[in-house]
Design a protein around this ligand. Structure first.
Ligand code: IPM
Ligand code: MN
Length: 356
């Protein structure tokens, strides 16, 4: 197949980890007879510096004309001034909205070889395999907001809005995923307090009743979910929730696996190219040192092959190679627990070696 892949290396460690994923994609293309045309475009803080815009028009146009987009990470202290005209994060929110990427898939899966890297007990995290569907283009992230004068100074407000259609489409994707997994779906909300969550709950229940009666379904309040995630994470299969709750519980979930450096994510819409990225940020503290873990980005590239290019087999090849590298005991500093560690490019090279 011929595919156009857009690389958005971004800021901090982004370029370092994307370079390794690019090498892995090249090897996959060669091995399987594909042509991947890969181009790099500015986004994030670097794009603010070069274009005055975290998501320049030409970058967005290239993404929209591609088959899939691989993003490293955006942001850093240089662009953190709260009074700045724009921020790297604004580019991320805009690309999600413009590309209509309403579903953010975040797998939380523990690796046998890394069980000791989790801050939680091995008995709790062993065998955890959760797929979280976070709604990504609605909710409080995209509602109206503002400030107004108040007797004490000022007050600020942010609206959280969900429509029936927005809830239905994300629940449907989660339901379909659950059908090909362990057939369990959990919806997370705050229906005991928020009206928006009461709509979320009733729409979700209707979709499940009418279209997914083969699934075991439950509603869980987000505060309880925060607790269950660390006390009995193995009980969850597919989890579906809104934008902000999903942001929070997936960061919590990532700790089950021990390192943020291991987790990929996929943002997809009804059709069109998806956006794939590691869950971790730009890690300015270690940027340029060549020690970042490239595996989350390499695994994000695998998700891109699966969800946007329909290359299931090739995705599985990458995942198997990562498994093999970890099983062989290779570690970057974040998962080495003080033991010997490989550099970013040495880890990438191990994956390539294991592929061939
Ligand atoms: C994430 C990030 C973003 C979010 C930030 C950087 C805007 O935390 O992808 O989870 O809150 O969605
Ligand atoms: Mn987040």
């Amino acid at each position: 197949m011929d595919a156009k892949i857009v690389l958005l290396p971004g800021d901090g460690i982004g370029p370092e980890v994307v370079a390794q994923a690019e090498t892995v994609l090249k090897v996959i293309a060669e091995r399987n007879g594909h042509v991947f045309e890969m181009t790099r475009h500015p986004m994030g803080g670097n794009a603010i510096d070069s274009h005055g815009d975290p998501l320049p028009e030409e970058t967005l146009a290239a993404c929209q004309a591609s088959n899939g987009v691989l993003l490293g990470a955006v942001g850093g202290p240089k662009w953190d001034d709260p009074n700045a005209k724009t921020r790297p994060e604004a580019g991320l929110l805009r690309i999600r909205k413009e590309m209509k990427l309403f579903a953010n898939l975040r797998p939380i899966k523990t690796y046998k070889a890394l069980l000791d890297s989790s801050p939680l007990k091995k008995e709790i995290v062993e065998g955890v395999d959760i797929l979280c569907f976070r709604e990504l283009t609605g909710g409080i992230y995209f509602g109206q907001s503002g400030r107004r004068p108040h007797a004490s100074g000022e007050e600020a407000w942010s609206e959280m809005i969900y429509s029936t259609g927005e809830i239905e489409r994300i629940v449907r994707l989660a339901g379909i995923a659950a059908q090909s997994r362990r057939k369990k779906l959990t919806s997370v909300d705050k229906a005991n307090v928020l009206e928006v969550s009461r709509l979320w709950r009733s729409v979700t229940e209707n979709v499940v009743k009418n279209e997914f009666s083969d699934l075991t379904f439950e509603n869980v309040l987000v505060d309880a979910m925060a607790m269950h995630l660390i006390s009995r994470p193995r009980d969850f299969d597919v989890v579906v929730t809104g934008n902000m709750f999903g942001d929070i519980i997936t960061d919590e979930g990532s700790m089950l696996t021990g390192s943020l450096g291991m987790l990929p994510s996929a943002s997809i819409g009804e059709d069109g190219p998806g956006l794939y990225e590691p869950i971790h940020g730009s890690a300015p503290d270690i940027a340029g040192k060549g020690i970042a873990n490239p595996l989350a980005t390499i695994l994000a590239a695998a998700m891109m092959l699966r969800h946007s290019l329909g290359l299931e087999d090739e995705a599985a090849q990458i995942e198997a190679a990562v498994d093999a590298v970890l099983d062989a005991g290779h570690r970057t500093a974040d998962i080495a627990r003080g033991g010997a560690s490989l550099s970013t490019s040495e880890m990438g090279a191990k994956v390539v070696e294991s592929l061939s």
